[in-house]
Design a protein. Structure first.
Length: 180
């Protein structure tokens, strides 16, 4: 019994190649599927991600069901992810190439419906994403969808006391001019 827990059915080198190949392939597939799959995960997307993990399991482990084989695969996956994230951080050009850039989805309180359509994000999902941040669309100057799938909203500036006083002076002047 102990033998099955610690005996590799495939070599560690093959395990490493399989794990890194599947990891990179999944990164490319997720990148091609767009930011929507990360930004607004709905029940369909969740089912796909859960099934995807099951589908690629055998590609990673091969015919190795050993405890050490599974642990080695996990270590390789975490190491590959760490290396890729570190390299993307150290090389902004590489990071932008693999992650993409931000996309403007709203400006001056108005959604860019064409851009949302390209990203396959419904207007309702977009509004819900903003509300989770405590904002309403009309209260924003600019909203971008970041490569990580997060909406980054810049709220419209709040009026200062000087703005209020200036407006009050304008109203008083208008009222004074309207009097006979």
């Amino acid at each position: 019994m102990i033998h099955h827990l610690v005996h590799f059915a495939i070599s560690p080198a093959e395990k490493a190649i399989r794990t890194v190949a599947v990891y990179l392939a999944l990164l490319v597939l997720l990148h091609l599927s767009g930011k929507r799959s990360i930004a607004q995960l709905n029940s369909f997307d969740l089912v796909v991600l859960l099934l995807l993990s099951n589908v690629v399991q055998n590609a990673i482990i091969g015919n190795d069901n050993s405890l050490l084989g599974g642990l080695l695969g996990a270590v390789i996956l975490i190491a590959a992810n760490y290396a890729l994230v570190h390299f993307a951080f150290m090389s902004p050009r590489f990071g932008k190439a693999i992650q993409g850039g931000s996309v403007v989805v709203a400006k001056d309180g108005k959604a860019d419906d064409d851009e949302l359509r390209k990203l396959a994000i419904t207007h309702e999902e977009f509004i819900a994403g903003l509300r989770r941040q405590g904002l309403e669309l009309e209260d924003t100057e600019l909203v971008t969808l970041e490569p990580e799938g997060i909406f980054n909203a810049t709220p419209k500036p709040k009026p200062t006391i000087e703005d209020v006083m200036r407006k009050l002076d304008e109203i008083e002047l208008t009222l004074a001019q309207a009097r006979p």
